[in-house]
Design a protein around this ligand. Structure first.
Ligand code: NAD
Length: 321
């Protein structure tokens, strides 16, 4: 059988290559969607404080465990620290709330969501806090260095509350800095990757550091249609004629080709769907074999268009420059 996991440094944990993303799953649908996803065969779930559905996602997971569909140790649960909780006095409290919300005893992987320390917002005032403090019209930063935040992340590992820690949306410079002081190296980098934005240089370097890579937004603009202008105007990769021709050749759908494209680069994927047929087909990608011609076509789609960018969301923050 084809290998369907990536091995993480330090713990040797096997992180499934094919996971399930929880962003934009409405609270009312989340419990059932996650329960169905487990039934269909998903074992990795990718959540975040910012997705506002951790309680409901956790309910779906616990229902499946309680009914004996799966054991906790067979699941790989990922979630993320939000930007407003970077300071050393807030990481542990934020984490504890998330763990309680999921109804779990530990996470498999806890990521810093963005290298962006934002002013603390009391969860009693607003939760999830999102980007702006209440009533502000611009981002308010906080003087919380990543090295202090990372030391708190390491304490979570030492306390056996998360098996692995990692980062999302960090660039080479931010990771280089992190590697210069970390006692526990990040196990995973989660970033936007699709044929328009392959990030091949970053991926290669990060993998050389022994850090595994997870791709988000594998379908490109699909999730950003209502979030930014380029999400609206960019034509869908799922409907792209070149991707379609490859899909037809392999007798699969375009989503499967876009996911397989990442797997072929030893990159894990976390597509999100609430439709059972898509949930199934997004998982059914292990036996697709892209050839050199396919890869050439997919590589030619590169435009370096990024969709998850605090600059184009109107926050005026050129994070990736
Ligand atoms: P995605 O690329 O998985 O696209 C999801 C959209 O595509 C949904 O609208 C869904 O209905 C549709 N879709 C799914 N499967 C399909 C199929 N087979 N055919 C046609 N349409 C299909 O995008 P995403 O939600 O941006 O990313 C996936 C996950 O990555 C998120 O749920 C989240 O967990 C994670 N994520 C992380 C970050 C981060 O900053 N770390 C940012 C974005 C997403």
């Amino acid at each position: 059988m084809a290998v369907d996991y990536l091995t993480l440094d330090r713990t040797g944990d096997k992180m499934p290559l094919r996971g399930f993303g929880c962003w934009k799953i409405e609270k009312k649908d989340a419990e059932n969607t996650i329960y169905q996803a487990i039934k269909i065969g998903y074992r990795l779930f990718d959540g975040a404080c910012d997705y506002g559905n951790e309680v409901e996602v956790g309910r779906g997971i616990n229902k499946a465990i309680k009914e004996g569909l799966v054991k906790r140790e067979e699941l790989f649960i990922v979630t993320k620290l939000w930007n407003t909780f970077h300071s050393k006095q807030h990481v542990r409290t934020a984490f504890d709330r998330q763990l309680k919300d999921w109804g779990l005893e530990y996470f498999d992987l806890y990521l810093i969501h963005f290298p962006i320390p934002l002013q603390y917002v009391d969860p009693a005032v607003s939760y999830p806090p999102e980007w702006y403090v209440p009533h502000a019209d611009k981002l308010n930063f906080e003087r919380s260095p990543i090295h202090e935040c990372w030391a708190e992340m390491e304490k979570l590992v030492q306390a056996k509350l998360t098996r692995n820690i990692g980062v999302a949306n960090f660039n080479c410079q931010a990771i280089l800095d992190l590697l210069s002081y970390s006692k526990i190296k990040p196990a995973v980098l989660q970033i936007e990757i699709h044929p328009l934005l392959p990030q091949e240089r970053l991926v290669k370097w990060v993998q050389e550091q022994g850090i595994q890579v997870t791709a988000y937004s594998s379908f490109g603009p699909t999730s950003y249609v209502d979030l930014c202008e380029s999400g609206k105007t960019y034509s869908s990769l799922l409907a792209n004629a070149d991707v379609k021709s490859i899909a037809n050749k392999h007798n699969v759908n375009t989503g499967q080709i876009l996911l397989r494209y990442a797997l072929d680069r030893n990159i894990a994927v976390i597509p999100k769907s609430v439709h059972e047929d898509r949930m199934k087909s997004n998982l059914d990608i292990l036996n697709i074999q892209l050839d050199q011609d396919d890869r050439k076509i997919l590589n030619s789609l590169k435009t370096n268009q990024r969709f998850n960018d605090p600059m184009i969301f109107g926050f005026g923050l050129p994070l990736f420059d």
